[in-house]
Design a protein around this ligand. Structure first.
Ligand code: HEM
Length: 119
């Protein structure tokens, strides 16, 4: 599967050729004049037939200066039951402070498309 070079060959477990990403935009929402509306939810499920990879990452547009340096997006990691995933220190994988470092730094490469690569 052709990989987006912005993945740097590693992000979203794509260093594993068997992993396939499926990206879901709530209600198939498209950007409005280049910006996604407040409340849009985008979920990316990266998995493989072998079942060795099952990653859910997500973004929600919060608005109201929630995250001015990151397009007012909030980034999440989700557990298989849809709840917010927790990291090894039982900290919820969400928010601007925790996730800007990990997610925003790279998604800034898609800033011209409101931080979204795949649409
Ligand atoms: C935990 C942190 C992160 C979260 C929550 C996250 C979330 C997402 C989401 C929801 C999508 C689908 C929407 C879109 O196409 O932009 C996506 C796609 C993508 N992300 Fe991230 N991301 C994270 C970190 C990263 C990092 C560190 C990189 C690069 C080094 C990256 C590169 C990409 C690329 C290239 C896509 C396009 C789809 C693909 O080719 O697989 N992301 N991400």
């Amino acid at each position: 599967m052709q990989q987006d070079p912005a993945l740097e060959g590693i992000a979203h477990s794509r260093n594993d050729e068997t992993v396939v990403p499926n990206v879901y935009f709530k209600d198939g929402q498209a950007p409005i004049i280049g910006i996604y509306p407040v409340g849009i939810i985008i979920v990316k499920h990266s998995n493989n037939p072998e079942g060795t990879m099952d990653e859910r990452s997500a973004m929600v547009k919060r608005g109201n200066n929630f995250n001015p340096e990151g397009g007012d997006w909030e980034w999440f990691m989700l557990a298989p039951d849809g709840k917010i995933a927790k990291n090894e220190n039982a900290i919820a994988m969400r928010g601007a402070n925790l996730m800007n470092g990990m997610c925003l730094q790279r998604h800034t490469a898609a800033k011209a498309k409101d931080y979204i690569f795949s649409k």
